[in-house]
Unconditional design. Sequence first.
Length: 325
Amino acid sequence: MKKWRRRLVKTLIFGVAAVLLLLGTGVIYQQVNTRQDAKTFTPPGKLYKVHGDNMHLYTGGKGDATVVLASGWGTADPYVDYYPLYEKLAPYTKFAVYDRFGYGYSDMTDKKRDVDTVADELHELLQVSGQKPPYVLVAHSLGSLETIRFAQKYPDEVQGIVMIDGGTPEHYANDDGQLADVIGGFGNQFRIQTGLFRLSMQSDTVIEASNANRNGLKLVPDELKKIDTTALLLHYGNANTVDELREMKTNAKVVVDNKKPLPFPLTILTADYFGASEPIWDKTQAEFTSWSEHSKHITVKDTEHYIHQYHPDLVAKEILELIKK
């Protein structure tokens, strides 16, 4: 019996040691590769000091109005994600793609991700970078909140808004907030810090699955696809992005509490999710028209959530039409 116990103890000790060794190896693998990725992850645009930290802005095109592109939650590299759209816009208008803190090439920040702070950061970024209104604000997904809040705070600088499957403030105000607990929870953070997430992203199948609702990034050059993967490895699950989710409901209520019809055009582009959209989402999208005295709602066929990755010509057309008004 004593020998059996000794063998069991030795087996348990060996098992624990093996697990600790694997975990330690994973942590080192994650840290070493993160440092290497950070060295090669150079900004295509310029960095500007905003509230004491570096914020990235990528600009191009020409014209009197500037199209300001706000990405959705979790879009690790907006510069890559919006490529199909700004390529269509550049011959006809100026554009500016910005990275919120915790995204793309911008720093992390210790400031809470409340909607007023985020809107003010964007306003300061546009000022210090020399951009001039009028602005046409274009928002994808959760970017709708900061975009509307910006328009509420600085209405004289806004010419119009285009939503790319952007959720209504009322929709986000009713969200249960569980996603923040998942992304910021122990299990997911353990997966990131021990290199398991990074290891999984070495599989082409996993990368393809992660890009499934972005049309597989078919309209993006291969070199930019690699940059997009690097951005995801660097930013997935970071504190700023998790805080955005935790603040989402509160931020939405701030926007709703300040609701009054916007005095400029609002175009709402809603994805049909290849015929599998949810009735509640469709209902709130139709009700989005109440946010402007001059609204337009279009359901875009044959697309997923990232409409600009499927039909950039259509999105660009709607933006340029709004500029002409």
